[in-house]
Ligand binder design. Structure first.
Ligand SMILES: Nc1ncnc2c1ncn2[C@@H]1O[C@H](COP(=O)(O)OP(=O)(O)OP(=O)(O)O)[C@@H](O)[C@H]1O
Length: 354
């Protein structure tokens, strides 16, 4: 397999009129890595992806593919494969013609085109659909055609902008798993935009968390989930409870009196401790309670609780559906894990600016 290049984005900004949508993005994507840009609507993920694709020009900064600067290059010369939320297939062309289009533009010879189109359709599981028109396919199949069209050109980089969001839940999971397997097989450097945290965790070698046109932090899904530096990441990635606690040396005291050790006691500018809902056990009690069940929702594999305690609503998730569900109004004790993790309030750029 040909070695795929890395991608470097340096000090990239994008301004629409007076609106600074990207505020100096620095991002390295190592060769063959699958990096997910995750953040709430409007944080600039799509703008960043479109700038990498060359559909949108940066206001300042640069983009390098290995050591070749590409930000002034027209999109068609970048050799990037793009897959968008809307499939953007040519409606009057068959599946194979749609997939062949990029190769015809590159003046690849006919025999090679036929061979490569067949191989790409095989890879996305559509070998039997070559002669169909897009309208004769389901949404999931149309997105597979778009994927075949993106990979058939043997791209240096694959760019995805919420490609699964028009599909229903079941199809979305299947296509997500297939997409990941395909990316690993091809080893193509990939950037994927989503606002869905579970999609980001399932797909990414790394997740880059964005907020207001800036990168908050990046890391592997496990690191960001288990040890986020910032409150924003913790809340965006796992509905984490953030609790104001009194800090005492290497430990903290929770509002209901319990004392717990800290995983990262030397952290500065902290906003609270993190307790993920699945780590917060609850016990029904009659006296000495910490909180009261505000809402309970049975979800099959788990039951989700909203507990009113310490002046706020905390989330708790208990696994298994075998035990009885605690009723609304039930008094409970909260049992957090023995070791807690401190969260920082500000993200790095704010700290630099301060
Ligand atoms: N062509 C444009 N002209 C003016 N403003 C734009 C343009 N494109 C995007 N914006 C603005 O840039 C900001 C970031 O938009 P962008 O689409 O990149 O966000 P996003 O994180 O991808 O959100 P979503 O998930 O909703 O697409 C928004 O405030 C948006 O209104």
């Amino acid at each position: 397999m040909k070695m795929k290049p890395s991608l470097s984005i340096r000090q990239l900004t994008k301004q629409f009129d007076s609106n600074l949508v990207l505020k100096g993005i620095d991002l390295e994507v190592a060769a063959g890595r699958f990096v997910v840009l995750l953040g709430p609507s409007g944080c600039g993920k799509s703008t960043l992806l479109r700038t990498i694709a060359g559909i949108s020009d940066p206001s300042s900064g640069g983009i390098w593919l290995k050591d070749r600067r590409i930000d002034a290059m027209p999109p068609e010369q970048r050799n990037f494969g793009l897959v968008f939320q809307t499939y953007a297939l040519f409606p009057h062309m068959s599946v194979e013609k749609n997939v062949a289009f990029g190769l015809e533009m590159r003046r690849v010879n006919k025999r090679d085109i036929a061979h490569r189109v067949a191989a790409a359709l095989e890879l996305v599981g559509l070998a039997d659909y070559a002669k169909r028109l897009p309208k004769q396919l389901s949404g999931g199949q149309q997105q597979r055609v778009a994927l075949a069209r993106a990979i058939v050109i043997e791209p240096d980089v694959l760019l995805f902008d919420e490609p699964l969001s028009n599909l229903d839940a079941k199809l979305r999971d299947t296509l997500r798993d297939d997409l990941r397997a395909l990316q690993q097989k091809l080893g193509v450097t990939s950037i994927y935009v989503t606002h869905d945290q579970s999609e980001a965790m399932a797909l990414g070698d790394e997740i880059v968390v964005m907020k207001n046109g800036e990168i908050v932090e990046r890391g592997t899904p496990i690191d960001l989930y288990r040890r986020p530096a910032y409150r924003f990441t913790a809340e965006f990635l796992g509905m984490t409870n953030v609790i104001e606690a009194k800090l005492r040396d290497r430990a903290c005291q929770l509002p209901w009196g319990d004392v717990r050790e800290l995983e990262n006691p030397s952290e500065r500018d902290v906003e609270g401790v993190a307790i993920r809902p699945e780590d917060l056990a609850i016990e029904a009690v009659e006296t000495d309670h910490h909180g009261v069940v505000e809402q309970a929702m049975f979800m099959g594999a788990a039951t989700h609780y909203w507990i009113r305690a310490a002046g706020k609503t905390l989330r708790a998730i208990t696994s298994g559906g075998r035990t009885a569900i605690l009723p609304v109004g039930q008094k409970v004790r909260l049992v957090p894990p023995p070791m807690l993790h401190l969260l920082r309030a500000h993200h790095p750029l704010q700290e630099v600016a301060a």
